[in-house]
Design a protein around this ligand. Structure first.
Ligand SMILES: Cc1cc2nc3c(=O)[nH]c(=O)nc-3n(C[C@H](O)[C@H](O)[C@H](O)COP(=O)(O)OP(=O)(O)OC[C@H]3O[C@@H](n4cnc5c(N)ncnc54)[C@H](O)[C@@H]3O)c2cc1C
Length: 413
């Protein structure tokens, strides 16, 4: 879709969403200038690659879309235009192979982000994208929504552009660039922004000093969590989490973090129930514990009859209190359904991602209704999703949607 006019677009934010918008526009012949506050782009993307970059998921599209929960309907158009299959083809086009793990998660062949980002930046530079690093966007300098102010090491700079793409990220891991400082700038221009909240985050429980000093860092493998969602429906998930100094974190609790966070906000705390032996039924556990334990301690009895030891035994002792821990009947119930009271989320800066952001009803497609010619994409928009490649997929797809809509808007003018 080549443009006939020499448009100039400013993309602010060089994460996956901004880079994707830049690629779409540069590919159509638009002059793209990309600005980022940091010394280099894609810092969070690179961090995501450290523990094994999970870039998308291979499950059926109908299931995939549901991962965006209450925002599925709004995210769907991005994915219809750029789905996980298209994303994988795009990655392959950068010379990086992908594979599907046993859980359906999709990874680059070497699990890393750096080779992909390197190849991508080379291609973007080749397409004419100009990168302006250490340019922190500070807002608008004039009444025109396309007159942008940047703080740079050489002083303040004003920039004019025909259209603007904002891809400023959420508010976690601020030291990598996305610090949420854009919220008051947009709110001041009449853009409605839902408060940025931690998503895919850990929770504080208030363990005793004795328990956390012994078990902080211990993995809870394999357990199940049950809890009642906002509609009162019982939800059960199996997986792994980690006991921390102050509570729990890990993929199993991350998957519930949005609704649990909202429940804490509404009621002051939330309770989840841990099943410490998801492969054993309650009757078997009770029968094993009822067998005589002779002179063995309860800890020894738990270990020899059920293989419960270490952090799992410690948790039972921590959460039940001495009397219930000594009673096989109560212990058996607790092993299948041990209440853990979650008091608060960990701070947003520690979270994998943020919820909240520019509300969909403040946008027409990706364009900010209050600021025609300014488009938003990526994590700064009001959606959230669990880990599993859903975050990056929506960032890429929304960046592409914003780039295409900006192009159409410029051409229509
Ligand atoms: C530890 C960790 C692991 C993760 N692992 C995965 C994973 O395996 N799979 C997955 O799907 N997702 C993962 N994510 C999430 C994923 O990395 C993010 O959702 C994604 O990077 C968001 O992309 P974005 O382009 O919207 O914003 P970002 O990547 O946050 O980029 C925003 C950019 O905007 C710049 N910026 C912000 N404010 C300004 C300003 N005022 N002026 C100029 N520039 C500014 C920032 O410097 C930054 O470069 C992980 C995140 C973390 C923290």
């Amino acid at each position: 879709m080549p443009t006939s006019a020499p448009f100039r677009v400013a993309v602010i934010g060089g994460g996956p969403a901004g880079l994707m918008a830049a690629e779409v526009l540069a590919g159509a012949g638009v002059q793209v200038d990309l600005y980022d506050a940091m010394a280099s782009v894609g810092r969070k993307f690179l961090l995501a690659g450290k523990g094994g970059m999970n870039i998308t998921h291979a499950e059926p599209m109908a299931d995939f879309v549901q991962r965006y929960g209450q925002r599925s309907a709004q995210v769907q158009p991005w994915l219809d235009a750029f789905d996980p299959v298209a994303l994988r083809a795009w990655i392959h086009g950068l010379g990086v192979d992908t594979f599907v793990g046993t859980s359906g998660r999709v990874f680059p062949a070497d699990m890393k982000a750096a080779p992909l980002l390197r190849a991508w930046l080379t291609r973007l530079r080749g397409a004419g994208v100009r990168f302006h690093m250490r340019h922190r966007w500070t807002g608008w300098t004039g009444r025109e929504s396309a007159t942008l102010g940047f703080a740079t090491p050489d002083g303040d700079v004003d920039v004019a552009a025909d259209a603007v793409i904002l891809a400023l990220g959420g508010a976690s891991w601020a030291r990598l660039g996305s610090d949420g400082a854009w919220v008051p700038l947009l709110a001041g221009r009449g853009v409605t922004v839902a408060p940025l909240l931690p998503s895919n985050c850990g929770f504080d429980t208030g363990w005793s000093a004795h328990f956390s000093s012994r078990f902080a860092g211990a993995p809870l493998t394999t357990v199940a969590i049950t809890w009642h969602d906002a509609q009162g429906v019982l939800v059960k998930r199996q997986g792994q989490c980690i006991v921390t100094q102050t509570g729990i974190e890990g993929s199993l609790i991350y998957a519930l973090s949005g609704p649990v966070r909202d429940q804490i906000a509404a009621h002051g705390s939330a309770t989840v129930w841990l099943d410490l032996l998801p492969d054993f039924d309650a009757a078997r556990i009770e029968a094993e514990l009822m067998r005589g334990r002779g002179s063995r301690s309860m800890a020894g009895h738990l270990q020899s009859r059920l293989g419960i030891k270490g952090v799992k035994a410690g948790l039972l002792r921590e959460c039940l209190g001495a009397a219930a821990y000594a009673d096989p009947a109560q212990l058996a119930v607790a092993i299948k359904r041990m209440p853990v009271h979650l008091k608060r989320t960990r701070p947003i800066d520690e979270a994998i991602s943020s919820a909240g952001g520019v509300r969909f009803d403040a946008m027409e497609g990706s364009m900010l209704s209050a600021l025609p010619g300014t488009f938003a994409c990526g994590e700064m928009v009001d959606w959230e999703a669990p880990t599993g490649g859903y975050l990056l997929t929506a960032c890429f797809a929304s960046g592409r949607a914003a780039g295409l809509q900006a192009l159409a808007w410029l051409q229509a003018r």
